[in-house]
Every structure is written in C-alpha cells, then in structure tokens.
Design a protein around this ligand. Structure first.
Ligand SMILES: Nc1ncnc2c1ncn2[C@@H]1O[C@H](COP(=O)(O)OP(=O)(O)OP(=O)(O)O)[C@@H](O)[C@H]1O
Length: 241
C-alpha cells in the first residue's frame, strides 16, 4: 500500500502584483520543511495557498490525497500559526484555544480538559482565564501552539511564528513544534528567515526565489551547497569563499 503525500502541490499557479508564482512539490507525512528565501519571494503566498486563504489560478493542491482547491481553510485539516495576531483579543486564553476545537464553542467537559492539557503542554498552566493583552509576546505564541496541540490537525503551517522572540525562546518554541509533530504525527511547513532554525528543526528545505522553488533538498547539506548563486546572495556569502 502506498501512502499519499501529506501535502502535494501540482503546478499550483498564483499571480498577484508583480509576483507570478508557480509551485510543485510533495511532502511525506511527519516531515518538517523549512521554507526559506528572500523577502517577497512568495513564501507566505505558498503557505496561504496551502491554507486556503488564497485560491490558485490553476494547478491542484492535495492534502492527504484529497483535492482541496475548493475547500475553505476550516475544512482542510490544517492549523496555522502566524507571526502575531493569532489570538482574539476579546476572548480569554481558554476560549481562544477552545474555539480551535469548535468555532461554536459547544465544548463538553472532556474538550475543556483538552484545552487545559494543551496549556500545561506549552508550560502555561493556569493561564486559561487571562486575557491575551496580559501575556507577553512569547506567551501568546505558546497559546497559539497550544491551540495547534489541541486541534491535532495533520498539517501545521507556521509563518515566522518565532520571529522576534530572541534565540532562547525561539529554541524552546521550536522544541514544542517538534513535540507537536511527534505527538500528533503532523507534517510541518515552516517559513523562517533563520537558517539556524532550519538546521535545528527541518528535515527538508524549500528555497523560494521569485515565485519559484529554486531548491527542494534535504536540510542536511543544503547550506553547504555552493552552486546556487541566489542562495549565496540570500545567505550573504561571497561566491568563491
Ligand atoms: N495583496 C497583494 N497585492 C499586491 N501584491 C501582493 C499582495 N500580497 C503579496 N503581494 C506581493 O507578492 C510578493 C510575495 O509576497 P509574500 O508575502 O508571499 O513574500 P514572502 O516571501 O513571504 O516575503 P517576506 O519574507 O518579506 O514575508 C511580494 O512582492 C508582495 O509584495
């Protein structure tokens, strides 16, 4: 029996502003992929196409073998964590997580127990009744990861979620992300500007340049490649060094 890829883009085209993007790639279940590339290359566009916030002009997006082009984000089996604004400011922390389980918040006792367990899991026990504005930026990102823990969706999409947290906190958060992968069996696509994050956490790399996948490589060895001028420029290396 062959297993469908967790996610699969077949000639997925999208145009906006000056960007004309086309992406084809596939990822096996349980893998972590770092999406790297210069500013404006199309990294967020790729994630937003996977999530369903953008609709491709042509091509096919499949999640676990199912065509999702016409499905809204809520029906795609994804969790997404952004750099900020992950939480509803007017809802307390437990409700912010609970809404990820059921948008109508029809939660029974076991679902609320799941919410509390997710808060414990990210190191925020007892935070449930607090409001987002009373949390630090790092704590708010932990809550966003707690929601991803609780939802247990097969695909986790991360758009620079650890940016601006400082190296120590970012490393803690990466560890939590890897825990979600292990415990939920999730497949992760993670946009990052930090090659160290990619080295530490990713199995594979997609290097995006001008709306195209310029490299689709194992993470190991990728940063040692010297044959891609665009990668040299992105990493600020002088060619020939
Ligand atoms: N709504 C829009 N209207 C016009 N152009 C857009 C729109 N959204 C994105 N773009 C353009 O598409 C290109 C790709 O944007 P995208 O956010 O995917 O880049 P990125 O690689 O994630 O960049 P960054 O690392 O800076 O976040 C950019 O040039 C951007 O200006």
């Amino acid at each position: 029996m062959t297993t469908s890829p967790a996610i699969d883009f077949a000639h997925v085209a999208y145009g906006i502003g000056d960007l004309s993007a086309e992406f084809s790639f596939a990822r096996a279940p349980g893998t972590v992929t770092a999406i790297l590339g210069p500013s404006g290359a199309g990294k967020s566009t790729l994630l937003n196409l996977a999530a369903g916030f953008l609709t491709p002009r042509s091509g096919e997006i499949r999640i676990e073998g199912r065509r999702v082009n016409d499905l809204p984000p809520s029906e795609r089996g994804i969790s997404m964590v952004f750099q900020d604004n992950n939480l509803f400011a007017h809802l307390d922390i437990r409700t912010n997580i609970g809404i990820g389980l059921d948008p109508a918040l029809r939660l029974d006792a076991s679902a609320w127990a799941q919410v509390e367990a997710a808060l414990d899991r990210v190191g925020l026990p007892g935070f449930g009744r607090r409001m987002p504005s009373t949390l630090s930026g790092g704590e708010r990102q932990r809550v966003a990861l707690a929601r991803a823990f609780a939802r247990r969706r097969p695909l986790l999409l991360l758009d620079e979620p650890f940016d601006g947290l400082g190296p120590g906190l970012a490393a803690d958060m990466l560890g939590l992300m890897l825990d979600i992968r292990a415990e939920v069996g999730a497949t992760v696509l993670m946009v990052t500007h930090d090659p160290d994050e990619a080295r530490a956490a990713a199995d594979e790399v997609l290097f995006i340049h001008k709306g195209r996948i310029a490299a689709d490589d194992p993470a190991q060895g990728f940063f040692e490649r010297r044959d891609l001028p665009d990668l040299e420029a992105y990493l600020g290396r002088q060619s020939g060094n």
